[in-house]
Write a protein that binds this ligand. Structure first.
Ligand SMILES: [Zn+2]
Ligand SMILES: [Zn+2]
Length: 352
């Protein structure tokens, strides 16, 4: 990604730094300054920015501090800002050696979060970055109401969000974004699977969406038989399309580690295969979910898969190659991975 959507210049430089820091899993607070500064200067003319450089008043803009002012000044001078060169060096390399062939076949991403729930960036920034990565579609899947720690969306807020998604798509379609190549932001949700296997949103609301990821986020340590029943019920009786991070395990990262939930994987994946629910290969480095043996079991039982970033920041949309590496290693045929499909085929499947 080059940040070319805004042309070379200070906004592109600031966005690229933020993208790379997020992709390198740096803490959000380190990234925020760059995103805030990019947003602060986006409405300003180059003439005004140059005038502010000349009289030293860049930092009087809300959102611009001394380090971001340096990036802006160096970008306006026509070179690559030093901070960008450093971050490019530290975080710009390939995330893996393998998985790139499969990654090239992915047309989009079915699992992403904006700052409407627990993501760090606005909806449009997620969409623009997905476009820059060459996606044909990105499904916006903010959390459902019961996940209060993540500011899960009530039906009312989700309804409002659908209007914003329409507006973003309209903006893209009117051609103000160059190279838009038919990108669409799709309407989705990551809906909680409740203790009894129902979903944490009304059917009427779920019907208004393009695609539904459903995940277990609570009582992960539930007893095996109960967890199996909970998951099989959700897979077999609801409008869900994708089973998100099925074990809930954490293998690394600043949230610590935890073991995966116990459930009868053969029963759950058989239900997925029977009902056409895709098993998510969650690309987040701290999840790597499902574990390899479960992924191979789902493969052998004939399941569909989706390889998702579960991005909570724009730069994390680039995590997909990590899931691709694992899917390739497990020998999963690309045509069973639903996000190798065209948007039309994907939507027909999700709403069939
Ligand atoms: Zn989740
Ligand atoms: Zn998620």
């Amino acid at each position: 990604m080059s940040g070319h959507e805004y042309g070379a210049g200070p906004v592109a430089a600031l966005r690229r730094i933020a993208f790379l820091l997020e992709r390198g899993r740096e803490d959000t607070y380190k990234v925020k300054a760059f995103r805030a500064a990019a947003a602060a200067i986006l409405p300003l003319s180059e003439h005004e920015l140059r005038a502010r450089v000349a009289d030293g008043t860049l930092t009087e803009l809300a959102g611009v501090g001394s380090s971001t002012a340096t990036v802006i000044t160096e970008a306006l001078a026509g070179g690559v800002p030093k901070r960008l060169a450093d971050v490019e060096c530290e975080h710009g390399g390939p995330l893996t050696d393998k998985g790139h062939d499969l990654r090239a076949r992915l047309k989009g991403d079915l699992h992403s979060h904006s700052d409407w729930s627990d993501g760090g960036s606005p909806i449009e920034e997620m969409a623009f970055t997905a476009m820059e990565l060459g996606h044909e579609y990105l499904v916006l899947t903010d959390h459902s109401p019961r996940l209060k720690v993540a500011h899960g969306l009530s039906a009312e807020r989700l309804t409002k969000q659908l209007g914003v998604v329409d507006a973003v798509n309209e903006h893209i379609a009117t051609g103000s974004m160059s190279g838009a190549g038919g990108f669409t932001l799709l309407k989705g949700i990551e809906v909680d699977i409740l203790d009894d296997g129902r979903l944490d949103q009304t059917d009427a609301m779920l019907d208004r969406l393009d695609l539904r990821v459903a995940s277990v986020h609570s009582k992960l340590a539930m007893e095996k038989a109960a967890m199996t029943k909970r998951m099989v019920t959700a897979v077999s009786t609801t409008r869900m399309n994708v089973l998100g991070h099925c074990t809930g395990r954490l293998v690394t990262g600043n949230r610590g580690t935890r073991p995966g939930s116990a459930f009868d994987a053969r029963a759950v994946f058989s239900a997925c295969a029977e009902h056409g629910v895709a098993v998510e290969i969650n690309s987040r480095p701290e999840r790597r979910d499902p574990p390899t043996t479960l992924m191979e079991l789902a493969r052998d039982l004939g399941c569909l898969f989706s390889i998702d970033s579960d991005a909570h920041a724009p730069g994390q949309l680039d995590f997909l190659v990590l899931g691709c590496e694992r899917a390739e290693a497990a020998g999963i045929e690309p045509d069973r991975i639903v996000n190798t499909w065209s948007r039309e085929r994907l939507l027909a499947w999700a709403n069939g």
